[in-house]
Design a protein around this ligand. Sequence first.
Ligand SMILES: C[S@@+](CC[C@H](N)C(=O)[O-])C[C@H]1O[C@@H](n2cnc3c(N)ncnc32)[C@H](O)[C@@H]1O
Length: 451
Amino acid sequence: MSEQAVLAINQAVQGMYEAFPYPNYSLFIPLRWQEAYSSGSLFAQRLVQQKMGQTAVSPGIRRVLVAGCGDVQAAIIGKWEPRAHRLVGVDLSRPSLRKARLRSWLMLRPVDFRQVNLEKTAVDLGTPFLHIDAYGMLHHLANPSQGLSNLGRALAPGGTMRIMVYNSRARKWLFELSRVFALLGLSAYQRTDLQEAVQLLKLFQKHLPALQERLEGMQAVIREPARLVDAFFHEREARLGLDFWLRAVEDAGLVPLGLMDRYAELDDLANPLLDMPAQDALQARIDDLRFENNLEFYLYKKSGPTGEALISPAPLSLRRSGPPLAWQRYAETKSLGRLQLWNLWQAFLTRNFQGHSSFLDRWARHVEPLALQRLSRLGALFPDQFQSRELQKLLHAPMQKAMEAPAFPEARLLRDIPELQRRLEHILVARKLPMARLPLISERLRRAQCL
Ligand SMILES: C[S@@+](CC[C@H](N)C(=O)[O-])C[C@H]1O[C@@H](n2cnc3c(N)ncnc32)[C@H](O)[C@@H]1O
């Protein structure tokens, strides 16, 4: 791709995020910091420590980069970084950076915010970083592997990275619906068009059984224009497969450490956070939609064993806040007692900030093995917190023999849904668009339902 084409994409993406800063949370909304327990440098460094016996970053490397920080991510990660760590937040969007800066002032957590295009080949972010967070950003670049390489270069040896990139296979239906909106001439930049899109999504939910559950799960996205535009009107969403991303990671000189299985879709594999799944095993599960989560990888830049991660007391505000709700919402963890969770949370914080917690073997005697396994897959509990070899082995082991591929209702054809067909015809007429688009729209709607 020519440099001009890259720049044109960057400008379109910048324009979009300037019109719709993401995720556009109010400055005064109370954030549940503890839900972001797996986002900071210490979590990633402790993952390295678990896998390699020690962390390997040189002492004195204390900078953390939030790449494509949007308006809230740097503040969230700032809560998890020791005060001695210097945070840098970069983004293309000025309004996002302005809001992010205000938020960091309100929190009394200094962050060095900069407007930077991370895709520029000559991008210079200063001295190397201990950790980089690039959550939901790389797939919006014109050349994602170039962007990842830039980040890889900015990382110190022994440094860690968390990236979240889209699972394009699982988002096929979203892509097809976004094509429907484009064929109808709807624009992200017209308020009435966004309202039209919301009405159409409601009609799709009502009439297309294959999409009902998915659209129901997206109510928060549909309600908030910034998130609606991000999902259905994006200026650039590179549709790339697992093989592309694993190659890009390798080309950037990085090694995958593990994968966050947020939706408990990989229970028939060894703990994916501790033992990175084999490519073909993960690909097979992506192909038949057993795995629909985005790809949340923890990465590591190789180095010799040189150092120790910073040891710092956990902030009292986190200690008092109580465990993440995310730990409690799984079938296996629902019945855990408040005290059990509280004790686990305190041990988690101690290990995260100080490197080691006291052993949890006695605590584990009162917890079901499946709950221990689930907690470990979420990064709430690590094998090095147990003395018992049996318990350590349990945390690595698969939780189930097999997982079934999901089945979905049949696709419905537009011609069999008069209410929806009339609505779409009406939009085409009102916008003076050719009726010949209707069969194309109908085909896109059919494909959206063929999950
Ligand atoms: C989906 S948002 C994610 C924001 C944040 N990471 C989060 O999870 O809340 C993607 C962000 O990446 C930024 N971005 C996209 N392309 C970029 C580029 N080339 N350089 C820097 N930032 C970029 C956008 O401006 C936007 O704020």
